[in-house]
Design a protein around this ligand. Sequence first.
Ligand code: APR
Length: 320
Amino acid sequence: MARNKIALIGSGMIGGTLAHIAAQKELGDVVLFDIAEGIPEGKGLDIAQSAPVDGYDSRLKGTQDYKDIEGADVCIVTAGVPRKPGMSRDDLVEINLKVMKSVGEGIAKYAPNAFVICITNPLDAMVWALQKFSGLPTNKVVGMAGILDSSRFRMFLAEEFNVSVESVTAFVLGGHGDTMVPSLRYSTVAGVSLPDMVKLGWTTQEKLDAIVDRTRKGGGEIVGLLKTGSAYYAPAASAIQMAESYLKDKKVVVPCAAYLDGEFGVNDRYVGVPIVIGEEGAERILEIEFTEEEKQMFEHSVAAVEDLVEACKKIDPSLA
Ligand code: APR
């Protein structure tokens, strides 16, 4: 059977990490694409030279030619610029929108049947634009954010409770920005919801509020520490989970930026919601019910996404 082909559009910090994990997991052969000459080739060669030691047979190729992504089963897009200290994700709109146009055209031409995972920020607006520019079906274009935000939330919660990260589940919904909605009701320790954990005396509401706040600012905390770029290990791991679920038809249920066509009262926008990822891509949306407070937070978050989409339409009127 032919191997799967995974195209990484953007071979910077996240792209390189994606290549390493995808190859180690033997998810398929990996094509690293970038406009920067030498970077994808160098990273591909370096990772390939670790294969004999680690024992995997994925082939890696670096390129500046979109033709090399031909027939890719999965495309993961990180092309663009990351945040620097003092920048919000939204500051990236103008530059990264142009990048999405060229990437969308490249994917439409050479990999129209791929499952496309966008990571480039500001995520909810960039994945929306990428779907429009590529013209691929909406179920085949998704954005990676919710798994990352939930993973950050899970890590902080596991530290607070001094339990395994595996015993903590969490759902962070809404846009991938400071307005994201970490849900306490739908986050659990071995099935026990966070409000119940407060009742059991394992934590306090104040501590949970502080963890929610840290989760919302989780990306910025890392930007502040790194100073020259943004997070890459956890974003890469999160996108790989999505790619793997698609390639293996695992049907994991995870929060992702998915196309909403009336669900949650939202039309023609990408927002973070729980979805099933399987062989059809984003197969189904889990339309959970919100409390009044959660609804307000979600709507606030959707409004922030709306502002970014409007900004995109102004920059590129072909999107209007
Ligand atoms: N086509 C292909 N690659 C491009 C293009 C383009 N038009 N423009 C820029 N790139 C490449 C850059 O050359 C660089 O190698 O995208 C890569 C981005 O890598 P990094 O700068 O290392 O950024 P990274 O940390 O990987 O983050 C990428 O993901 O989380 C988001 O905010 C983050 O938008 C950023 C993206």
